[in-house]
Write a protein that binds this ligand. Structure first.
Ligand SMILES: Nc1nc2c(ncn2[C@@H]2O[C@H](COP(=O)(O)OP(=O)(O)OP(=O)(O)O)[C@@H](O)[C@H]2O)c(=O)[nH]1
Ligand SMILES: [Mg+2]
Length: 321
């Protein structure tokens, strides 16, 4: 425990048995990795949606506890890549996995174990000594019996592909119902090395604000669009600054952002009839951005076509991949 009750933990005053390190969540797209990350951190730092491949870069969320600090690295869903974007996302996940202390393999309780899961666990087997914990997510969606069966098939998968007794532990969890979330933290933190805290007290993520803002805009834009569009959407914040001459107790942030799509037809969908849809996206995004920044926000959204950006190395670079 922290000997100085009311002092924030620092590398200097942390107890000798303090643990700190990195855990990464991996799993198929839509497995619930980002939702679980947010539940553990206690704040929305990663956007979530019912569309697969919502997360596109690794996001660090920091869980602060009296005796440990768990840095969660949320990753894009792993899958067999079909585009250059898909390939880049997979490479990113692999690079992340080799650097963490423990891996949380996420598999949703309401979907059978499939080839996608096997593909991922086969990759994990290559990691060698890194301990792998299976997290069975979305347990609120199934009954006891189905959950039991799922836990058994997860155990089998681990024994078959990982050797040495398979997964170190298997933890059922529901991030939405708030069930067993603390157990996930407890289990993962057991595998962290002795170390003083890595991040200052109270810091919940190392995402730059402009990236968080761009993500919140993308989350708002993903809502309600048809299945083919989500992959084609990218958001870049071009400018973000405090409006001058505002009263100190009522600041305003000006944000100018571009929504990139791949084809003119998609541009029309995003904008909607008479601009109705874009206005709706803007007001929902503004509300969530204001919550995170704690200021009023003026949000200017423009839609641009970047032809086939998912397959074009130059465009991918420009959009931050
Ligand atoms: N009922 C229920 N739904 C959940 C739970 N966790 C996540 N979901 C839903 O599952 C969907 C996918 O969740 P995400 O957290 O975005 O999944 P992800 O694994 O991060 O997905 P990618 O970033 O695309 O790989 C969303 O609609 C979530 O609301 C849960 O515990 N219970
Ligand atoms: Mg995600």
């Amino acid at each position: 425990m922290n000997p100085l009750e009311n002092e924030p933990l620092t590398p200097e005053n942390a107890p000798a048995d303090f643990r700190a390190g990195f855990a990464s969540f991996v799993g198929r797209p839509n497995a619930g990795k980002s939702t679980l990350t947010n539940a553990l951190v206690g704040t929305k730092i990663a956007i979530t949606s019912s569309k697969p491949q919502t997360t596109r870069h690794t996001i660090r969320g920091i869980v602060h506890r009296p005796d440990h600090q768990l840095v969660l690295v949320d990753t894009p869903g792993l899958h067999r890549p079909r585009t250059l974007l898909g390939q880049r996302l997979n490479d990113l996940v692999e690079a992340t996995l080799s650097e963490v202390d423990v891996v949380g393999f996420c598999t949703p309780a309401d979907e059978p174990i499939g080839p996608g899961d096997r593909f991922i666990v086969q990759q994990l087997a290559l990691l060698g000594r890194t301990p792998i914990i299976a997290l069975v997510t979305k347990t609120d969606k199934v009954g006891k019996e189905k959950l039991g069966e799922h836990l058994l098939s997860v155990a089998k998968l681990g024994e078959e592909l990982l050797g040495e007794g398979g997964f170190k532990e298997i933890v059922p969890v529901s991030a939405v119902a708030g069930h067993q979330v603390e157990s996930v933290d407890e289990v993962l933190s057991r595998y962290l090395p002795l170390s003083p805290p890595l991040y200052p007290a109270g810091e919940l993520t190392d995402e730059p604000e402009t990236v968080l803002v761009a993500e919140l805009i993308r989350e708002a834009a993903l809502e309600g669009v048809r299945d083919e569009l989500p992959h084609s959407l990218a958001v870049v914040v071009e400018e973000m600054s405090a409006r001058e001459d505002r009263p100190e107790d009522n600041p305003l942030t000006d944000i100018h952002a571009f929504l990139y799509v791949e084809r003119p037809s998609q541009k029309a969908i995003v904008i909607g009839k008479g601009g109705a849809r874009l206005r709706d996206v803007g007001s929902r995004a503004r509300a969530s951005i204001e919550k995170i920044l704690g200021t009023k926000v003026y949000l200017d959204l423009r839609v641009k076509v970047a032809k086939e950006w998912q397959r074009d190395p130059k465009q991918l670079g420009r959009l931050g991949f």
